[in-house]
Design a protein around this ligand. Sequence first.
Ligand SMILES: [Ca+2]
Length: 267
Amino acid sequence: MNRLSRTSIVGLSVLLGAAFVFFCLSLPGCSDSDGIPVYSYNITNTYPHDPDAFTQGLVFEDGFLYEGTGLLGQSTLRRVELETGDMLQIRELSDEFFGEGITIYGDRIIQLTWQSNVGFVYDKNSFELLQQFNYSTEGWGITHDGEHLIMSDGTSTLHFLDPQTFEEISQLAVFDNNGPVTRLNELEYVQGEIYANVWQTDRVARIAPETGRVVGWIGLEGLLTAEDFAEPVDVLNGIAYDAGTDRLFVTGKLWPKLFEIELISPE
Ligand SMILES: [Ca+2]
């Protein structure tokens, strides 16, 4: 084979490779470059969301949304009507606490704080403070699998806690084919998987609880329209799942909208 032919073949291969990558990226459900399936979405409903809510935790329970918000002096726990976005009940945290993730375990709501190493336990109906507990890491997101609380701290490590004593039972190291997946934030346990917002991205990791492996990514780019950016918005944050009707909700910090979405498999 002469040099010209070899050059042509190499050039053709590069062109074909580039064309494949371009074609792949243009598809809504193509695999990521590391071979992990990337799910896209359809918006099935759009609801109003308080554009002043710096969303740090989101749960759907008994027909209502429960939301925890952050920032010092602005942190709250809320019960919200899904359809209208109306706030039905609110509890404000002391100014010293930066509220983070929430989860509902039985008749109690558990809310983390960012850097105070304190979690709060409230009565689900009255929002009365029942107790506090401590943890050694930062507090970011929290959910549960029916047996243990599952908590993120901004790293790639998830902490499994006893829901009664709040003692740590085990840790889970989360990784994909490129190594540890850090900045795990708001969490939701969905049909045997842990969904985790990755902070400062439009990506949600679908994590196998048994291994810590990311078995899928959800690409949530493009949820907000240009007009939604007229007022300041922060990052995607907030996943809630209604197991009763199999509905998945997502929103973001200071976002004016909350979305019900259905996932589209790559195949
Ligand atoms: Ca959640």
